[in-house]
Design a binder for this molecule. Structure first.
Ligand code: FE
Ligand code: FE
Length: 327
């Protein structure tokens, strides 16, 4: 097994939050971000925001820059979470804004075709609610499903992935968990919509990312994944492996056991760190995970799991990941 690595291009951006409103670093445009992604050396694909931030170059120039850095595009993430969508994209009370979201995502679908990417990534971060009594929950959920269903049925040649997350920026996101997202996909019942499972979103949503992955796989919906890490109370998007190495290893164990062979993608926000360095460290850790999977005795692990033998399972996993005491 040789993992292929990717990253959301925003990994290489400079960030603003509600305190550092002047940004944590100088602003940087998409073309420069692509160069930084190239500098990492181990990335083969990127996911690009659309419209391309800080970049009005024609698509051909973006393609040339990607080619120069030996990168291809796995997904396009339409920015359906910016100011005009602050009360939702699929669920906005204004039908004109809902249409604008639909049009933006349809445009992004065109870019996916032109770049030969794998999917349109939907991150409905503004679809949800903030206050008790703010929304009619039945209507909101229906609109959340309709928005996705319309796009998927209008573009049967493309894949769409939904990246769920419990909250932020909305206090509560409509697609908040693996189970709720699967419930929608079962109901919509179209083959071209799946889940992009973000390890950190599962962690911070109180899920076991390994269990979430297994569930999404069993329902035939694991179309992509992101890794990062956090302190479990927020989407900190820290360097993969820095906080929850064992759960990350279990997550990849489940993917390997199911022969899931998608790209291992970074979705990190190195606010104060060197962005290229943060990506390199994550990949260094992921290579350890890969090595750990090679060392792991899958049959012994299965036997331990069949007996729910936590001590043996922990020994097998930790020796595989960290090396046994003799070496
Ligand atoms: Fe993500
Ligand atoms: Fe996130």
């Amino acid at each position: 097994m040789t993992a292929r690595f990717g990253a959301g291009i925003w990994h290489f951006a400079s960030y603003v939050d509600r305190y550092a409103t002047d940004g944590y670093a100088e602003p940087i445009g998409m073309l420069e971000m692509i160069d930084r992604a190239g500098e990492v050396g181990d990335l083969s694909v990127v996911d690009l925001n659309y419209p391309f931030p800080g970049c009005d170059a024609p698509l051909s120039e973006v393609q040339a820059r990607l080619a120069k850095n030996n990168l291809s595009v796995i997904g396009i993430t339409p920015e359906m979470y910016t100011r005009r969508f602050s009360r939702g994209a699929f669920t906005n009370p204004d039908p004109g804004v809902r249409r604008a979201a639909h049009d933006l995502i349809t445009e992004a679908a065109g870019v996916v075709r032109e770049l030969g990417a794998s999917y349109v990534k939907l991150w409905p971060g503004q679809d949800g609610w903030d206050y008790p009594f703010q929304v009619d929950h039945r209507k909101l959920w229906q609109m959340s499903m309709d928005g996705v269903a319309n796009l998927a049925s209008e573009n049967p040649d493309l894949k769409f992935v939904i990246e769920y997350k419990p909250r932020e920026p909305r206090v509560h996101m409509s697609y908040d968990s693996v189970s709720r997202t699967l419930l929608a996909l079962e109901k919509i019942n179209l083959p071209n919509i799946g889940i992009l499972l973000d390890f950190g979103h599962a962690l911070y949503g109180g899920e076991s990312p390994a269990d979430s992955a297994q569930l999404a796989i069993d329902y035939g919906r694991l179309f992509g994944m992101d890794v990062n890490d956090n302190m479990r109370s927020w989407d900190d998007d820290m360097i993969a492996g820095s906080v929850h190495p064992m759960e990350l290893f279990e997550f990849f164990y489940v993917l390997a056991k199911n022969k899931w062979d998608g790209v291992w993608q970074l979705d990190q926000f190195p606010f104060r760190e060197d962005t290229v360095g943060a990506a390199k460290q994550a990949i260094r850790f992921l290579r350890r995970v890969e090595k750990g999977l090679e060392r792991l005795d899958f049959d012994a692990m299965q036997a331990a799991q069949d007996a729910q033998d936590a001590v043996t399972a922990t020994r097998l996993a930790s020796d595989a990941l960290f090396g046994d005491l003799a070496n």
